[in-house]
Design a protein around this ligand. Structure first.
Ligand SMILES: Nc1ncnc2c1ncn2[C@@H]1O[C@H](COP(=O)(O)OP(=O)(O)OP(=O)(O)O)[C@@H](O)[C@H]1O
Length: 285
């Protein structure tokens, strides 16, 4: 579990975290969302004790944060500025294994699992963005943490790695790891969780996406629907034969397509949609 109470942080006279309070139950995956510069990295860094908060308490995996114990139980994936370009992936992972009191077998095991084993002995300075992400993710989970904090884990990942990392996060959660995942990728968050923590004006606004039954539908049709009538029901065009329509307008869209003799090939319901809530909360898009 994760519990953050009354956390505050200012840089000089600029208050970034005004009063942060939230709790995430054991084995849950939760999303942390907010525009650039709102304070997500600051929040995660304060939770890890890498930046000193001005006030507040952080409890993770049932223990009040104390540096020595916490690193054994928590995994933190930061941005790639923490990597050393002249060291290999193996060097990085063996250092973390040593710090975590693990044998070097753990390095091999985690690399195979994450999929960075084929370039483990290459210097990080020669890595692509996605390769660095694999290494950072492997470093964060090598000790099978009880709590996992991830800062933008999906940046630069190809579809294969994205699917693999998504599956590993789900596996860990199923085994009881609590996951807080900061990301701008709302579509990916919608696939992973219904629990979204929006950061705004230094405070957390929690939304359970399951309470907001504003599902949308992706309709795939046979030919491009044209005409004012489709604009009236505010469809969002993806391409010539695919568009998104919200629940309120679904029936009307189906009958219009029938009238136009435009057979529907597929209707897919989006599972959750945090984008509408994002627009509502930040009112800037
Ligand atoms: N060391 C620092 N000194 C002064 N101000 C800082 C420092 N680090 C961050 N800030 C400021 O704090 C605010 C929050 O930054 P932070 O990196 O936490 O945002 P973020 O939500 O993670 O942004 P992004 O989505 O762009 O990664 C920003 O206005 C930033 O300029």
């Amino acid at each position: 579990m994760i519990s953050v109470q009354g956390l505050t942080k200012s840089y000089h006279d600029k208050k970034v975290l005004a009063d942060i309070n939230f709790e995430i139950g054991q084995g849950e995956i939760a999303g942390l969302v907010g525009p650039n510069g709102v304070g997500k990295t600051t929040l995660l860094s304060c939770m890890m004790g890498l930046i000193k908060a001005d006030s507040g308490t952080v409890t993770m995996a049932d223990e009040l944060f104390t540096k020595t114990d916490m690193y054994k139980k928590v995994g933190f994936m930061q941005d790639n500025s923490v990597l050393y370009p002249h060291l290999t992936g193996y060097d990085h992972l063996s250092y973390v294994a040593y710090a975590q009191n693990l044998s070097l077998d753990a390095v091999e095991e985690v690399s195979k699992h994450v999929g960075n084993d084929s370039y483990l002995y290459q210097k990080v300075g020669e890595y692509s963005l996605g390769m660095k992400q694999h290494l950072l993710f492997a470093s964060a989970i090598i000790h099978k943490p009880k709590v996992l904090l991830l800062d933008e884990p999906f940046n630069g990942l190809d579809p294969t790695s994205l699917i693999r990392i998504r599956e590993i996060i789900r596996e860990l959660a199923a085994q009881g790891t609590t996951v807080l995942l900061s990301s701008h990728n709302l579509n990916e968050l919608d696939r992973m969780t219904r629990h979204i923590y929006f950061l705004k004006d230094g405070e957390i606004i929690y939304r359970d996406l399951a309470d907001h039954h504003n599902f949308s539908y992706v309709l795939t049709v046979t030919k491009q629907p044209v005409g004012q009538q489709y604009e009236d029901i505010q469809v969002e065009v993806i391409n010539d034969t695919q568009f998104i329509v919200d629940k309120a307008n679904l029936n009307q869209a189906i009958s219009l397509l029938n009238q136009d003799d435009n057979p529907i090939v597929d209707i897919e319901r989006t599972q959750f949609s945090s984008e509408n809530l994002y627009r509502e909360i930040y009112q800037e898009v």
